[in-house]
Design a binder for this molecule. Sequence first.
Ligand SMILES: C[S@@+](CC[C@H](N)C(=O)[O-])C[C@H]1O[C@@H](n2cnc3c(N)ncnc32)[C@H](O)[C@@H]1O
Length: 258
Amino acid sequence: MFNEKAILAKWNAEMYDLNEREIDDVEFALSVIGGPPKKILEIACGSGRFLVPMAKAGHMVTGLDFDEYMLNKIQAKSAKMNNINWRKADVIRDEWGSGFDVVMLAGNFLFNLISDMDYEEAQQLLFRKAAHALVPGGNVYIDCAYTMYPEVWFNKPGEIAIWEGTDSSGNTGRMSLVNSTFDKERQIIQFTRSFKLTLNDGHIITEDIPSVKHFATLEQIHTWLSANGFIVQEEYGDYNRNPISENTNRAIIWARKI
Ligand SMILES: C[S@@+](CC[C@H](N)C(=O)[O-])C[C@H]1O[C@@H](n2cnc3c(N)ncnc32)[C@H](O)[C@@H]1O
């Protein structure tokens, strides 16, 4: 007998670390957050792609994530550092803590969120929880892939491979997104996240995870921010500090809690 979920989660975490190597979003976040050292909470910190550089820059950082295989990768990247900590938490169901200068909802989390709650409600809850976790005058930092034409991005029939590779246990596989559709009325994206792994002993594991996500418009994000007492201080559509437009592909927002 073997634990299929654990094998998939370990493979997934290793592929994430191997494939997601870009640092432009991390450097940009550091430039917006600036100095002096701040108390930062990163929501869904994963394997520490943001968390570790933030700590290296001198900030006191805390990360929350519910995937222990992702969290397990942080230790080796942050040896001997005493200004970084992390814990396993479902960021929708569990407490975030309080007294932070900055809450980060980066790395596309508005879209990568996994929850059995209604997706739009869960997105809104993130803003309420961010407001509670911050000190007065603290900031939320949001960075999410964003387009004014979600129907072009998300109506994608067929299979798109995201990762292929072999993990340290010799398990080889592929994760792909299958038959993505976008319902413009409801702003709902639906697709299947599909895993196929051939284990080192020849066993094959497959898992198809149906995914239903809500695409938050900029107007909705602004509404959720102001409903929770935030004022937008900076807003960009890319890492060159261009405003959000038809030609940009991100929503990067630095908003202050009053
Ligand atoms: C694409 S990864 C991003 C990790 C990191 N922020 C980065 O940019 O590298 C998305 C992360 O969100 C986490 N996640 C999704 N839903 C979550 C939830 N409800 N509670 C805690 N973590 C969650 C996943 O476990 C995963 O590590």
